[in-house]
Ligand binder design. Structure first.
Ligand code: MG
Length: 460
């Protein structure tokens, strides 16, 4: 278990648990780690739009420099832009100062390996070990790292995205897109990209601002009400909302209706597996069955993983997957890079519309629908493992259960759906996800497991 790094790097409240001392020592620990195998590591650093970026960037940069690593500052960029830059420019590591969709008082440090993918748990553990030991390998006075800036990252990235979609067909469409960057780092890329794709763009919150004056950063329905309204008011082709560091994109159809991430993941998955005539796709166990339905229609298969985009990306790489992603708008295009990427998602959606020549709502209506219910069941941490094991025993011969999956917590498949119980790592609860064809079925299943867990707890 890593103590500092969570699912998506290190996060915390600025000048409390996310402070300049931590950033400095993290730079020293990480630099010490890199220097073990690379004589003169070159590290790219970038930030999202937050107010504390300069403070944390300066501190972590000082840490890297003190251990004899060179730092190349690429400025304010979306996370996928930094990741792509690391891969394309052959840097040895990438650092992005971001807290993604968290509130403005938060910030974070996220790292990438030399191929632009997020750090593996093993590397994070190794860096943490050095961090806590404080055994930093500081360089000699005449061997400290050099600092420089490079302002070519955004141009490189946009060129990369454009080279992977059918620009001619997309341009012919002349789509009208309402774009809501939520005052995040996407403001630097998405408007430019859309203009290069011949779109008419209505911009909302496309000025980077670390106080996030326009809306909260998470692209959930309650934060995208203005976007939805604007799409229907302006009769746009569709709308798109990004999170703070622009690795996730959520779409709104031409009627102004919010499209859940499961559906957009499935639409893109359907399109890609049609083109590749099948292939392996990867998604966490929490994703709706609609994704597997469309992938299977195209003779593709789905590999399910634990929750967490670095895990999905890692499994995709290992399996030579054609596509993958999460149900929160985080889509991964392996031909481009093994990271969630909102610009690729946006450009690919435009290509789909140019190919299909039908409104987005119609394409989404063709994706199978399920009812998903998310709830919690209280359970003390020390009882969680025992309860899960007892549940397996109770349910393995139950006539309703067709399959049991232990990839992440416990997933029980039934004829028309599934239930997933994931022990929370931070709270004394199980996160429960139920999917069924009808709402009343999902509610029945959720109640059944709530009662079952409660009765098992009383016995435990
Ligand atoms: Mg993000």
């Amino acid at each position: 278990m890593t103590r500092l790094f969570g699912t998506n790097g290190i996060r915390g409240v600025v000048n409390q648990d996310m402070n300049s001392t931590l950033a400095l020592e993290m730079g020293q620990a990480w630099g010490t780690y890199l220097k073990k195998t690379i004589p003169r590591p070159k590290c790219a650093i970038g930030t999202d739009a937050r107010l504390s970026n300069q403070m944390l960037k300066s501190a972590i940069t000082a840490g890297f420099l003190s251990t004899g690593c060179d730092v190349i500052d690429v400025g304010l960029v979306p996370t996928p832009t930094l990741q792509y830059t690391v891969k394309e420019k052959q840097f040895d590591a990438g650092i992005i100062i971001t807290a993604s969709h968290n509130p403005p008082q938060f910030n974070g440090i996220k790292g990438t390996a030399d191929d632009g993918t997020e750090l593996t748990k093993n590397v994070e553990e190794a860096i943490e070990q050095i961090y806590f030991s404080k055994l930093f390998a500081l360089s000699d006075w005449n061997d400290v790292g050099s600092y420089s800036t490079w302002d070519g990252a955004i141009e490189l990235y946009i060129k990369g995205v454009l080279s992977r979609v059918d620009v001619t067909s997309i341009k012919k469409q002349q789509s009208h897109v309402v774009l809501d960057c939520g005052n995040g780092a996407g403001s630097l890329v998405a408007p430019l990209l859309l203009k290069k794709l011949g779109c008419v763009v209505t911009e909302l919150n496309c000025e980077p601002d670390g106080t996030f004056p326009g809306r909260h950063s998470e692209p959930v329905p309650e934060n995208l009400t203005l976007l939805m309204k604007k799409v229907s008011e302006t009769h746009a082709s569709f709308g798109v909302g990004l999170d703070g560091d622009a690795d996730r994109a959520i779409f709104v159809d031409e009627n102004g209706s919010y499209i859940w991430g499961d559906k957009s993941l499935s639409l893109v998955g359907k399109y890609i597996t049609q083109k590749t005539k099948g292939g392996i796709t990867v998604t966490p166990v929490t994703t709706s069955t609609c994704f597997e339905d469309v992938v299977r229609q195209n003779k593709g298969s789905v590999v399910y993983t634990k929750v967490g985009s670095p895990i999905v990306a890692g499994v995709m790489k290992k399996n030579h997957a054609v596509f993958g992603g999460e149900e929160n708008g985080g889509l991964i295009f392996p031909k481009f890079q093994f990271c969630r990427d909102s610009a690729m998602a946006l450009a690919t959606l435009l290509e789909i519309l140019a190919t299909e020549k039908r409104p987005l709502s119609e394409l989404i209506a063709e994706i199978p629908s399920y009812e998903m219910l998310k709830t919690k069941i209280a359970c003390p941490n020390e009882k969680k493992e025992r309860i899960v094991n007892q549940l397996v025993e109770e349910m393995k011969n139950h006539q309703e259960i067709t399959d049991i999956d232990r990839t992440d917590g416990l997933k029980l498949y039934m004829k028309d759906g599934w239930v997933l119980m994931r022990p929370s790592g931070t709270e004394p609860i199980f996160r429960v996800y139920v999917e069924a064809k009808e709402k009343h079925q999902a509610e029945r299943v959720a109640l059944f497991y709530k009662n079952l867990v409660e009765s098992l707890m009383q016995r435990a």
